[in-house]
Design a protein. Structure first.
Lengths: 117, 109
């Protein structure tokens, strides 16, 4: 299967600071990347969908000015959590689709656990 | 009502048991259906797609009932390594995957 990496795997930051999370497709070109958030004992919730070279499409209730998404190349998307607060502490997971694979196939990164103190 | 509903469990079963999970979805226009497996503090991994005719992959059998908007997963001869959370996932007529909250399975010796 395709490989998607995320960096960092874990980050702890102080309230008010910004954190950048990278998502890379290692062996295919990802035309579309998705960003999810998962709180404990809850389901993955889609935050936004990004296509290479265009602005991300955010889900209802997700603040685009707080969660900045950049998909500048076919192998890299970044999510920046700006002015993080403790309630932003969560498990952030990206997935990628593309490379000629079936349109339903999404390959997930290993996730980034964010803790805001 | 949630778009995808699952019994959270946990289901505690002995090795070798057969266990079944159910899932219902609310959007009748949903087009694709999947079961994912998620281990604790890890990303979800695709277990199998679910087809209208039902499909089997080794010890795993998935069924779809479009009329009842119901999906099931049957695991036969449970192994300790099957312990995980099983996520029912539905895709509508867009790119988005809608995840259920998952059903936790614990297989004991």
């Amino acid at each position: 299967g395709a490989v998607v990496s995320q960096h960092p795997s874990r980050v702890i930051c102080k309230s008010g600071t910004s954190v950048k999370i990278e998502c890379r497709s290692l062996d295919f070109q990802a035309t579309t990347m998705f960003w999810y958030r998962q709180f404990p004992k809850q389901s993955l919730m889609l935050m936004a969908t990004s296509n290479e070279g265009s602005k991300a499409t955010y889900e209802q209730g997700v603040e685009k000015d707080k969660f900045l998404i950049n998909h500048a190349s076919l192998t890299l998307s970044t999510l920046t959590v700006t002015s993080a607060h403790p309630e932003d502490s969560s498990f952030y997971i990206c997935s990628a689709r593309g490379g000629g694979r079936a349109d339903f196939e999404q390959y997930f990164g290993p996730g980034t656990r964010l803790t805001v103190t | 009502r949630k778009e995808v509903e699952q019994d959270p469990g946990p289901f505690n079963v002995p090795e070798g048991a057969t266990v079944a999970f159910n899932c219902t979805y609310s959007n009748s226009a949903s087009q694709s259906f999947f079961w994912y497996r998620q281990d604790c503090r890890k990303e979800p991994k695709l277990l199998m797609s679910v087809y209208s005719s039902g499909n089997e992959d080794g010890r795993f059998t998935a069924q779809l009932n479009r009329a009842s908007q119901y999906i099931s997963l049957l695991i036969r001869d449970s192994k300790l390594s099957d312990s995980a959370t099983y996520l029912c996932v539905v895709r509508g007529n867009t790119d988005k995957l809608i995840f259920g909250t998952g059903t936790r399975l614990q297989v004991f010796p």
